[in-house]
Design a protein around this ligand. Structure first.
Ligand SMILES: [Fe+2]
Ligand SMILES: [Fe+2]
Length: 187
């Protein structure tokens, strides 16, 4: 694995290693569920996968990382398959604590997961949830998730119509073709 990967190379790595996950009908459903601002869970998951690969590359961790497991765990870390804005009667109190396990159960139903993938998905909300990831891949996923969520929540990009989804397709295309109004989900 070469170092200092370009954005295009990283997107290609995610598309290739995540092909099975990205093609699944339930993953495609994530295009309609919104995460932070106007970013779909699908686009957020691709962003986290790209960022996790970027972190592994910049930290020179290739000798210690199972690349395919890293990408698949990152893509599935929020595979809870509901719109959390509608869940919990709108209170959202428990979502942060429970959705890692919900994602794991869904992912185990739809895919054959190894131990790295299972642990990285279920522990990605650490330290909000008590169990820390057991593998370096899990630490990369949780770090990438937090960096990505912060950017998505506070970025002015959310006010640009459909831009986040358009920018984050692993194949360089619009993730869901949605022409939503930027900031409509602002909270
Ligand atoms: Fe999450
Ligand atoms: Fe996430």
């Amino acid at each position: 694995m070469g170092r200092l990967l370009t954005r295009t190379q990283i997107r290609r790595i995610v598309a290739e290693n995540g092909r099975e996950v990205l093609a699944h009908p339930n993953m495609q459903r994530e295009r309609a569920n919104y995460q932070h601002g106007n970013v779909s869970t699908f686009a957020h998951s691709i962003r986290v996968a790209c960022l996790a690969v970027w972190l592994a590359d910049r930290a020179h961790l290739w000798g210690r990382v199972d690349l395919k497991s890293l990408v698949r765990a990152a893509l599935l870390h929020d595979y809870f398959l509901y719109d959390w804005h509608d869940w919990d009667g709108g209170a959202h109190r428990l979502h942060g604590f429970t959705h890692g396990n919900a994602a794991l159960l869904n992912a185990m139903r739809d895919f054959r997961l190894n131990a790295i993938e299972r642990d990285s998905i279920s522990c990605h909300m650490f330290p909000m949830t008590p169990t820390a990831p057991s593998y370096v891949e899990g630490w990369l996923v949780t770090a990438a998730d937090k960096l990505s969520a912060t950017r998505e929540t506070f970025s002015l990009d959310r006010f640009n119509k459909g831009r986040d989804d358009a920018e984050d397709g692993a194949n360089g295309r619009n993730d869901d073709g949605r022409n939503g109004t930027g900031g409509e989900r602002a909270r």
